[in-house]
Design a protein. Structure first.
Length: 202
């Protein structure tokens, strides 16, 4: 597949959507390092709810160190035994890990020829992977760029039922500092995506 040619067909606004999905995926997959903090600190938003959330996240990114972020990430997602939050669709939707939502996602991934990276050992239904999958689908990283209908189907089945709840929990988690800002951005973005897909459902 010619990724460059495929990506060229993607509308600029969809590239921006994909960039934000990918950004959230990276931020939630591992602690932000100095380069990622610098990139985050340089972000600017408008006066919309999402823009204000981006501005707030940028302000916090300027004030924290990679070491602080590592400690925060560990407390939120790793912890002693488990972190404060369990960022998995199965847990949010059933109360248990490795349940039907994960099996459903794996079936979808197999049908779309999307495979887990060999160095990733977490269940595929974690929030970081789902954000990265959605970003990849939009720009055609896994084949042809996904149609609006395909994007809507994936979002409504695998993301919408729980991601907003997760991002709200991330904002209010007692260990959240930088990641409270990530939660605010994610929550505002999920609201926009949900409404956009609702309006295009026909």
């Amino acid at each position: 597949m010619n990724v460059t040619a495929e990506a060229a067909k993607v509308a600029p606004e969809d590239r921006l959507r994909a960039d934000l999905y990918n950004y959230l995926g990276v931020m939630l997959a591992r602690p932000a390092d100095a380069a990622m903090l610098n990139q985050t600190a340089s972000l600017t938003g408008d006066t919309s709810a999402l823009g204000e959330a981006i501005n707030g996240l940028a302000r916090v990114a300027k004030a924290v160190s990679p070491k602080q972020v590592q400690t925060e990430f560990d407390a939120l997602f790793i912890g002693l035994g488990r972190g404060e939050l369990l960022p998995y669709a199965s847990y949010y939707l059933t109360g248990f890990l490795n349940e039907k939502p994960l099996a459903s996602l794996r079936t979808y991934m197999s049908a779309q020829r999307i495979s887990r990276a060999p160095n990733v050992f977490e269940p595929e239904d974690n929030i970081a992977s789902l954000m990265e999958m959605m970003g990849g689908m939009i720009v055609g990283r896994f084949g042809d760029a996904a149609s609006d209908a395909t994007q809507r189907g994936f979002f409504n089945k695998h993301i919408a039922p729980w991601a907003g709840h997760f991002f709200t929990d991330l904002q209010s988690a007692k260990n959240s500092v930088l990641y409270a800002g990530v939660g605010a951005v994610g929550s505002a973005f999920m609201d926009i995506e949900r409404e956009a897909f609702r309006m295009t459902a026909g």
